[in-house]
Design a protein around this ligand. Structure first.
Ligand code: ADP
Length: 737
């Protein structure tokens, strides 16, 4: 099993926490996969088929046994029925024989000589169909008289009775010995039609005066005995009932024509003097598989059972296929979630987190288990404490609102190292299989990179604006420099000319004074005005020299601006900030004095510690002059102005640790209103009647050309404004030079 794909790298200081979170997330996913991994994936096809083969084999064995047992039971039932039939027939025969014996005993009380004898014998013969003949024999068993059954042909028509007397004689001897009625063995009496009858004799001893006087012999047809028994019971008619000999030969038969010879039962009929075997042979053959109802039921159930097993197997196969599809879709989903850089988070209706993906854990630097353990109303660890109340309220409203549509909102999350970062959260209702709303599924986008790109593009935009400003200012500057160069050159040459003239005039006056003194005339009178004239001339000369100096400076500025906007190679030099300030201070002080403003310098001590910068000196001096002039004007121009005692302009410089130098120009004016601040650096924006609105725009362009930034903030205690800009400090090698 593969571990889930590595989540995006966490920030360095949260690496350990993120690694822990990843490990926990991986363990969770492993458990999840093991739970869902279907059994068929682990077993081979043979092992998978084995339980089914065993089940089918068991079923086959059970069914066979069931069928065999049912067959056996059916056979046993058939035998029991046959046995009962044989017993019933035997008992019926026994009852008949007893009845005949009793009737014959009545006859023994008479003798053939008596007139009633014949009538009694006839009555007995009529009532008992199996009785075929009754004989009276003397004490020596010789026949005295015999009466044949009136309704049947005479028995001994073909063979004389005398020839077949062995059995009755033996029976009578036995009867005499036992002094009780005795049966003879059976014997066959043939008839004229080629058939014959199997008969037995019953010999009853006749006593007269306590002595054996004669014998009464009754001949019974076995066929008749059987017929009488079978006639009385319908049950017996389903069998072939027969008297058989010990070797199996049939002596007489009744019931159905022929038994099947399968279900055969015998009963021994023990008669005094002889015993008969009575056999019942069922007409039914061996129990067939189908005709029996029980068997049909068992077989039907077995087939149904097999059908159910087959259906079950098909169902199991479909389930396995469905499980495989499910497992594959789960793996697909897992891979998709692991590859996502978007955080996924699910919450239930109580607001508790029920699922997070690895990207979410990596984003906030907290493991999944820790997130699952958070129970609302406790805030999750990625909510910044200062916003927890606001978010709790928002969550409460959202959860109370029911299943609204997909919704997106921006939030600030906190990583485990405390770093705040903006995120975009899109949430949609989470529905279960029945469509019930069970919670919310949210995707969380980390906006940090997007914000960085936005910042970059804003800076780009500002640079573009700066370039545009430069172009505008450049056009103006080119025009101005062209237009102003001529008058400035004229001013410079006129002032030089004036100075020259003043020089010549002064020399002439001195010469005239010298001549007058030499003449000694009215020396005191004109002396005072001459001294005054000389003083004025000296002042004029000084003023003219300044005019020439400033005109030259103005020319330099214009040239510098011109060069600057034309993007000519700038004159970058390494210079101490104190020197830059020194160059502008005389002019600044002049303006400050006029406005009653105190100028304060704040530079690191000793002088050697004053930071140095690499810059176009003239342009930076212009920036300083502009900012200082704006500050002074703010203090004197405010309604009512800043009280004189508080008017102070601060010029400060500090080296920043990252290779930059920050220069501050602070005032105690009225500050900058927000609506003014928004347009401050826009070219030609001014609040002053005589202003041009180009100063700050130009200043920012100059600073940005050096790679620095120009910004402002309220002064200490919210009083006044503090403009500050940065310039690059020389690199260590350059500083050494
Ligand atoms: P100008 O000085 O010609 O008006 P600037 O670009 O130098 O043009 O300044 C633009 C506007 O910025 C000024 O009109 C003023 O309203 C405002 N401003 C500049 N500096 C300050 C300051 N130190 N205090 C207050 N407002 C200032």
């Amino acid at each position: 099993m593969n571990a889930p794909a590595a989540a995006p790298a966490a920030p360095a200081n949260t690496a350990a926490a993120a690694a822990g979170a990843q490990a926990r997330a991986a363990a969770w996913h492993r458990g999840w996969r093991a739970r869902w991994r279907p059994a068929w994936r682990q077993a081979g096809p043979l092992r998978r088929a084995l339980p089914w083969v065993l089940l089918l084999a068991l079923l086959a064995v059970a069914q066979t046994l069931l069928v065999a047992l049912t067959l056996r039971y059916e056979t046993w039932r058939a035998h029991a029925a046959a046995e009962a039939a044989a017993a019933e027939a035997a008992s019926a025969v026994r009852r008949d024989l007893l009845r005949f014996t009793q009737a014959l005993q009545v006859v023994t009380r008479l003798s053939p000589a008596e007139p009633d004898w014949r009538a009694a014998v006839d009555t007995v013969l009529r009532e008992g169909a199996p009785l075929r003949r009754i004989e009276w024999r003397d004490a020596a068993v010789a026949i005295v008289t015999g009466v044949d059954a009136p309704l049947a042909p005479p028995l001994f028509a073909r063979i004389a009775r005398a020839e077949l007397s062995a059995e009755p004689e033996q029976a009578c001897r036995e009867a005499q010995r036992l002094s009780a009625p005795t049966f003879s063995g059976s014997y066959f009496v043939p008839s004229f039609d080629g058939t014959g009858e199997e008969v037995i004799d019953l010999c009853l001893p006749v006593w007269r005066d306590g002595r054996q006087a004669a014998y009464l012999v009754a001949t019974l047809a076995l066929q008749g005995l059987l017929d009488a028994a079978v006639e009385r019971s319908r049950e017996l008619r389903r069998y072939e009932m027969s008297f058989v000999e010990s070797d199996g030969a049939r002596l007489a038969r009744a019931g159905v024509q022929r038994g099947a010879g399968v279900t055969v039962e015998e009963q021994v009929l023990d008669l005094p003097g002889h015993s008969l075997r009575l056999r019942a042979d069922s007409v039914a053959g061996p129990p067939g598989l189908i005709p029996t109802l029980t068997l049909a039921l068992v077989l039907g159930l077995s087939i149904a059972l097999f059908g159910v097993v087959l259906l079950l197997a098909r169902d199991v196969r479909r389930r396995a296929a469905a499980e495989q599809a499910l497992a594959e879709s789960l793996r697909f989903r897992q891979a998709m979630e692991d590859s996502l850089s978007t955080g996924l988070r699910a919450r239930n209706l109580a607001g508790a987190i029920t699922y997070v993906n690895p990207a979410f854990c990596a984003m906030v630097g907290v493991g999944a288990e820790a997130l699952y353990a958070v129970r609302p109303p406790a805030a999750p660890p990625y909510w910044p404490p200062e916003r927890a109340a606001e978010y709790t309220e928002r969550q409460r409203r959202r959860l109370a609102g029911g299943a609204a549509q997909r919704e997106g909102f921006e939030m600030v999350y906190m990583r485990s190292n405390g770093e705040r970062f903006p995120v975009m959260v899109y949430e949609a209702p989470l529905l279960d299989a029945e469509g019930r709303h069970t919670g919310w599924m949210g995707s969380v986008l980390d906006l940090t990179a997007q914000r960085r790109i936005e910042d970059l593009s804003r800076q780009q935009q500002e640079r573009l604006q700066a370039t545009a400003r430069l172009a505008t200012v450049g056009e103006m500057a080119s025009l101005l420099s062209h237009e102003l160069n001529q008058p400035l050159a004229a001013i410079a040459s006129y002032s030089t000319g004036s100075l020259n003239l003043l020089g010549a005039t002064g020399a002439a006056a001195a010469a005239a004074a010298g001549a007058a003194a030499a003449a000694g005339a009215a020396a005191v009178g004109p002396a005072a005005p001459r001294a005054e004239g000389e003083e004025t001339t000296a002042l004029l000369r000084q003023a003219l020299a300044r005019i020439a100096e400033q005109a030259e400076r103005a020319g330099r500025v214009i040239k510098s601006v011109h060069d600057f906007v034309r993007r000519r190679e700038q004159q970058r030099e390494t210079i101490g900030v104190d020197l830059l300030l020194e160059a502008v201070l005389p002019l600044v002080r002049l303006q400050a004095r006029k406005a009653g403003v105190r100028v304060e310098l704040d530079l690191p001590q000793p002088p050697a510690a004053v930071p140095r910068v690499v810059c176009d000196r003239t342009m930076v001096e212009q920036v300083l002059l502009n900012l200082a002039r704006n500050g002074i004007q703010a203090m004197e121009g405010a309604p009512g102005g800043t009280p004189a005692a508080e008017r102070m302009l601060l010029l400060a410089a500090r080296a920043l640790p990252d290779g930059w130098v920050r220069i501050d120009v602070g005032d105690r004016g009225p500050g900058i209103a927000p609506e003014v601040a928004a347009r401050l650096f826009t070219p030609f924006f001014t609040t002053r009647a005589e202003g041009m609105g180009l100063g700050l725009s130009l200043c920012r362009t100059v600073v940005e050309q050096h790679g620095g930034t120009l910004a402002f903030e309220p002064g200490p205690g919210g009083r006044g404004t503090r403009f500050h800009f940065t310039l690059p400090a020389p690199r260590p090698a350059a500083a050494a030079q």
